[in-house]
Design a protein around this ligand. Structure first.
Ligand SMILES: Cc1ncc(COP(=O)(O)O)c(C=O)c1O
Length: 416
């Protein structure tokens, strides 16, 4: 007898309530009882201001309000509106024009882009590779598509990007299935806040090229840039992109772009998958297979969101407004990150290497118990692996200063 009454499990492990939403619910309940000043709800993955309100770029909201009825009502082409696809390229590359063929296909958010990449560049049953700290939906998507997620250790003993661990796992995967798709979330990795350095990139690409020297192997590097505009200086965080323009044909970089954070359009579900190759046939094939996937899953994407991004990149004044507003939000986030890091050092706790981003991981023993203990003091975080994920995007500077000590005290009470 299967586990379900009428449904089929289809090799997926389906748990009940999402853990993060469950803890968030507890935080909300405590806020109702004691007031929001006494609660640090560091669970949610959206950027909130110091009062706990969602940061919404008003320039983007205004652009949405100015759309015509047709911009909502009409279908978009299956692959996305052409002007949107051009805007996506600019949003990712800015003024830089990569010296290779570049194509994009619209998807519902970065999630849709990741889904399409896995569907089109691996086979059913394949292993998909990512680091041991990873965004949970990678596992959900791979299971949903009847693939399996396998991980390598993200950091070495010195807290550096562990290219040797990747190399070892990749060798096994290629020996086993002859092809590999690696999901790499950078800059501002969720959940650690790590961004690959230029040196990390060089080492990584050198390893991938070594394996690609065997032309019978296929390697796809899916770079998930969901936090690209919330990682630091716009040019610096994009400095890795030219490294991807000149790779061998059997080493294919794909980029998962999302409007959720960069344009505060989480709910509008809009993103894209991009493909870079020196071989035109490979990018043409990319367009074909991803359009097919779109048609067979969600069909067309969200036209209104696509029109908004097209307008932002067609109107220099509007673009300027969006950038200015976003810079203010970014500077708030970066400052929280600095304060949190300093407070962690003072508290005696340690965290995974953090550069920038929405989340940080505080390392501790027995994270479930520590997180539960900290809840009693009004600190709501998400235990994962051998640490606790703190969403600094959703708590004020003041709380970034206070939370580390409260976590340290909770950890102390648990180990005593
Ligand atoms: C690591 C990572 N990748 C991708 C996404 C994609 O989000 P969306 O589907 O909303 O674009 C998110 C959102 O939280 C994320 O954290």
């Amino acid at each position: 007898m299967g586990k379900y009454i009428m449904a089929e499990e289809n090799f997926r492990t389906i748990s009940g309530e999402d853990k993060i939403f469950g803890i968030n619910k507890l935080a909300q309940e405590m806020i109702q009882k004691v007031g929001k000043e006494k609660v640090a709800n560091a669970t949610v993955g959206t950027l909130l201001d110091d009062e706990g309100n969602l940061v919404v770029l008003s320039s983007v909201a205004d652009a949405l309000k100015q759309l015509s009825p047709n911009d909502f009502a009409e279908y978009a082409p299956i692959a996305g509106i052409p002007s949107y696809l051009e805007a996506v390229k600019k949003a990712v590359f800015m003024d830089y024009e990569p010296g290779c063929h570049l194509e994009a296909v619209a998807t519902p958010g970065g999630t849709g882009a990741i889904r399409n990449a896995i569907q089109n560049y691996t086979r059913r049953g394949d292993i998909v590779l990512t680091s041991d700290w990873y965004w949970g939906p990678y596992n959900t998507i791979t299971q949903e598509l009847e693939r399996r997620l396998n991980t390598y250790s993200l950091f070495d003993q010195e807290g550096k990007y562990n290219v040797d661990a990747l190399k070892e796992k990749l060798e096994q995967v290629l020996a086993f299935q002859g092809r590999a798709l690696i999901v790499l979330n950078t800059p501002s990795h969720n959940p650690t806040g790590y961004s690959l350095t230029s040196d990390d990139w060089d080492q990584l690409l050198s390893v991938l090229k070594q394996f690609a020297a065997d032309s019978s192997k296929k390697i796809v590097l899916l770079v998930d840039v969901a936090y690209l505009d919330f990682a630091g200086d716009a040019k610096e965080v994009r400095a890795f992109l030219p490294k991807l323009e000149n790779l061998p044909h059997n080493l294919l970089p794909l980029i998962a772009f999302s409007m959720s954070k960069s344009y505060t359009m989480y709910g509008m579900r809009c993103g894209a998958l991009l493909c870079m190759s020196l071989d035109k046939a490979i990018v043409d094939e990319f367009k074909l297979v991803n359009s097919f996937s779109n048609r067979g899953t969600w069909s067309n994407g969200t036209r209104s969101a696509m029109v908004v991004l097209s307008r932002i990149f067609a109107d220099p004044l509007l673009f300027e407004k969006v950038v200015k507003e976003r810079e203010a939000a970014l500077s708030m986030l970066l400052s929280r990150g600095r304060i949190f890091t300093e407070a962690i050092e003072k508290s005696g706790l340690t965290m995974c290497p953090y550069h920038s981003g929405f989340f940080a991981i505080v390392l501790c023993e027995n994270p479930e118990a520590v997180a539960f203990e900290a809840m009693k003091e009004g600190v709501f975080t998400v235990p994962m692996g051998n640490g606790i994920r703190v969403s600094i995007a959703s708590i004020s500077e003041e709380k970034c200063r206070e939370v580390p000590e409260k976590l340290a005290l909770a950890a102390g009470r648990i180990t005593r």
